[in-house]
Design a protein around this ligand. Structure first.
Ligand SMILES: [Zn+2]
Length: 144
């Protein structure tokens, strides 16, 4: 921690998480002392939305990205949400009354007319709160 003090930086023990990255077979832990408070390393931590694990294999992160509604190993990326996910069927139906969309024509349609832009924007605005809520509700994987 001396280098942090030298740079005028400090850590708050209650806000600090640690992960010990190693390729050793046995998962090891480390304890960091911050102003006399012990911070124990964990098997995974989440930083800027990414689950970082001791092996840097990102298994927990990939699992956290799977759609919680659709069966199988479906990653919840934009194309799935816009065109496939059952959670957003109602919004998609509304959108499809205005245009027949697919991944290949979506941007072109949005750029062609303001009403198309607004329809897609409205769909996204209705989906985002549900996606954020689901994100917050996901349990923390692999906390030791
Ligand atoms: Zn889905």
């Amino acid at each position: 921690m001396r280098w942090m003090n030298f740079l005028g930086l400090s850590l708050a023990a209650q806000k600090t998480e640690a992960v010990l990255i190693s390729s050793r077979k046995i998962v090891e832990t480390a304890t960091i002392l911050i102003d006399g408070n012990a911070v124990q390393s964990r098997r995974t931590i989440r930083y800027l939305g990414v689950w970082i694990d001791t092996r840097l294999c990102f298994r927990e992160h990939l699992a956290s990205q799977l759609c919680p509604v659709c069966s199988g190993e479906i990653v919840e990326y934009a194309q799935h949400i816009l065109f496939k996910c059952r959670r957003f069927d109602d919004g998609r139906r509304v959108l499809e009354t205005k245009m027949e969309i697919c991944a290949e024509n979506l941007v072109e349609l949005m750029m062609a007319r303001k009403s198309m832009w607004e329809a897609v924007s409205s769909f996204a605005a209705s989906a985002i709160p549900e996606l954020r809520l689901a994100e917050r509700g996901r349990s923390r994987p692999g906390v030791a």
